[in-house]
Write a protein that binds this ligand. Structure first.
Ligand SMILES: [Zn+2]
Length: 441
């Protein structure tokens, strides 16, 4: 009697899960995800960091400044009336909300050496909500221009100067090896302070995208990083609609975002996903960088987005390639449990999963799985499915279209299951147990 009582719930439970299919949170049922991203396209990223990742077979996403790459159609410029008119006007009309964006947009194109630091500083004050100081700094710049205190010439920002040597041919070669490239605007602009009436804002957003599309293809226009990690509402208002996924800010309701400057720790969130951005700088000790990986592994919902800039004394906060090598080996060592993928692939996986519908039909000799979503066809990353199979199935063949794979049955507390990748909207998936001479294998 005791035996029967204990058997009954087991049978009931087993029948209940049999055929049940879930989409695993991360590709291949892993515990967490990591995306390695680089900003500014400094040439040392490709000379020293990319070969390390190539050796370890790790993917990465590079956010590049398109305006200075040889062969780009669109370069940095001011769109609007002649700058001499603007300069002259500043003598009598102080900077205000009415003219600030025009003056800020023109600042780098006045024909002088020296405005960059005023432009950066003014934009930083504006982004911090200190508009009055931002206007004051802009007045100071134009006063220096009017009084002849600045030398004539053109000036490159550090980010743009460090990209020198990067060509579309080399970018195409790296892209063909699986590396992702994406826009970091045309000139590494402060998007929060560009004007929309003269379209300088849209030029930086749309024309950078166009050069990327013309040289690499539509696929590479999925994501972008608006310079300086800005999240200012004015920059986001125009940037968010231009790209499917900004590294700066994502608004997916099922995801908590902890950006680089935030102090919040992951692991406290009840959201389905947590995007946790961490940026290694010259002051970041390697053990701390490793602990980000450990924290990701200790939870099931963390997507660690690593942000790197300079490499080997070139670029912002440069890290040595020796340190990167050790760090990347640590990530590689944990790849059994970590899904290392480009920024876009992770976004696509999460969105597909959250919008997908999976149903099953079960008979005695096979299970049919239907996987669908109604997102744009650009969402084409295979999803990993976990299907519970009847007791006794040991080896299973999965078929979808022309794709076939033999799977071994695994076991967890809920029952026996198979884990496999499948494509949504690509036809029914069939799971068939394997037989030999009439017996289940
Ligand atoms: Zn940057």
């Amino acid at each position: 009697m005791i035996f029967r009582l204990s058997l009954f719930p087991f049978l009931f439970f087993s029948a209940h899960v049999n055929g049940q299919t879930e989409i695993t949170k991360w590709q291949d049922g892993k515990t967490g995800a990591v995306s390695i991203t680089y900003d500014d396209g400094s040439i040392n990223q490709f000379r020293y960091a990319l070969p390390l990742m190539k050796r370890l077979k790790l993917p990465a996403t590079f956010y590049i400044i398109t305006g200075t790459i040889d062969g780009s159609k669109y370069h940095g410029k001011f769109i609007g009336r002649p700058v001499q008119e603007i300069i002259a006007e500043t003598a009598s009309a102080p900077t205000s909300a009415d003219n600030y964006f025009e003056r800020a947009s023109a600042a780098k194109y006045l024909g002088y050496i020296g405005p960059n630091k005023y432009y950066d500083s003014s934009a930083n004050f504006y982004e911090d909500g200190k508009e009055a100081i931002a206007y004051h700094v802009m007045d100071e710049l134009y006063r220096k221009v009017r009084t002849g205190s600045l030398k004539k010439g053109t000036e490159l920002s550090m980010e743009v100067a460090d990209e020198k040597g990067l060509t579309w041919d080399s970018i195409k070669k790296y892209a063909s090896q699986g590396y992702e490239f994406a826009s970091h605007t045309i000139t590494h602009a402060h998007m929060a302070v560009l004007d929309t009436t003269n379209t300088n804002m849209f030029y930086e957003l749309e024309k950078s995208k166009e050069d990327i599309k013309d040289h690499l293809g539509e696929k590479y226009t999925f994501t972008a990083e608006i310079p300086f990690g800005v999240e200012h509402p004015r920059a986001m208002k125009y940037s968010l609609p231009a790209y499917a996924a900004l590294r700066n800010l994502m608004t997916d309701p099922y995801m908590q975002e902890i950006n680089r400057g935030y102090k919040t720790q992951p692991g406290m969130s009840d959201k389905e996903y947590v995007q946790w951005q961490r940026g290694g700088t010259t002051k970041t000790p390697l053990p701390l960088m490793k602990s980000w990986v450990d924290t990701t592994l200790a939870h099931d919902n963390i997507w660690l987005v690593l942000v790197f800039h300079g490499v080997d004394s070139m670029g912002y906060e440069p890290l040595s390639h020796q340190l990167l090598d050790t760090y990347f080996q640590y990530i590689k060592m944990n790849e059994n449990n970590l899904w290392v993928a480009t920024f876009s692939d992770v976004v696509k996986y999460m969105r597909e999963r959250m919008h997908a519908n999976v149903t099953t039909d079960k008979t005695n000799d096979h299970i049919l799985v239907h996987l669908k979503h109604s997102l744009d066809p650009i969402y084409n990353i295979p999803l990993t499915l976990k299907t519970y199979v009847p007791d006794g199935w040991k080896h299973v063949e999965v078929k979808q279209g022309n794709y076939k794979k033999q799977l071994s049955v695994q076991k967890d507390t809920k029952g026996n299951y198979v884990l496999y990748r499948a494509n949504a909207n690509q036809g029914t998936i069939q799971l068939v147990p394997q037989h030999f001479q009439g017996k289940l294998l």
